[in-house]
Design a protein around this ligand. Structure first.
Ligand SMILES: Nc1ncnc2c1ncn2[C@@H]1O[C@H](COP(=O)(O)OP(=O)(O)O)[C@@H](O)[C@H]1O
Ligand SMILES: [Mg+2]
Length: 142
């Protein structure tokens, strides 16, 4: 497990941009951390780091944002997804095609459905309002 510290939104984006370099087509990244933890901020930096200029925002109502690109990026928000049927209807399993990068907010809600190679990014509150502790772990290590 890797533990990183961020003291501003822009620092979180930079950390995410560096992390993005370790990803490839087929990567699945699952985020945990409550509302305002910084999941979308991290994903914004990650998407930029993959060279994708898309406008990144939480797909709270749409459930999935399609950012296109190469690799193709899909951004999920599973806040409202609470059953296997819900998940099926989001098309999640169709997007998991071994080529696309899947980024999943509120992955807590679907943790039993994540593939074995999932990389977890946990965002935890730090000591001050703008501080965050970022933990990156591979699925096998949990
Ligand atoms: N170090 C930090 N990293 C990320 N976001 C931060 C940080 N410090 C303050 N923030 C603020 O916290 C909020 C995080 O929001 P967001 O990324 O949408 O979180 P989430 O998607 O987890 O709900 C933003 O308003 C952002 O400006
Ligand atoms: Mg969000």
């Amino acid at each position: 497990m890797q533990t990183l510290f961020s003291f501003s939104p822009s620092q979180t984006e930079r950390i995410a941009g560096t992390f993005a370099q370790s990803l490839c087509g087929g990567s699945v990244v699952a985020f945990t951390g409550g509302l305002g933890a910084g999941k979308t901020t991290f994903i914004r930096g990650l998407v930029r780091g993959l060279g994708n200029p898309a406008d990144v925002s939480s797909p709270t109502y749409a459930i999935v944002n399609d950012y296109g690109g190469d690799p193709h990026i899909y951004h999920f928000d599973m806040y409202r997804v609470t059953s296997a049927e819900d998940l099926q209807s989001t098309g999640f399993f169709d997007y998991m095609d071994g080529k696309s990068v899947l980024l999943i907010e509120w992955s807590e809600n679907i943790k039993d459905e994540l593939p074995e190679h999932t990389i977890f990014v946990d965002l935890l509150p730090g000591a001050t309002e703008d501080a965050r502790i970022i933990q990156i772990r591979e699925g096998e290590e949990t």
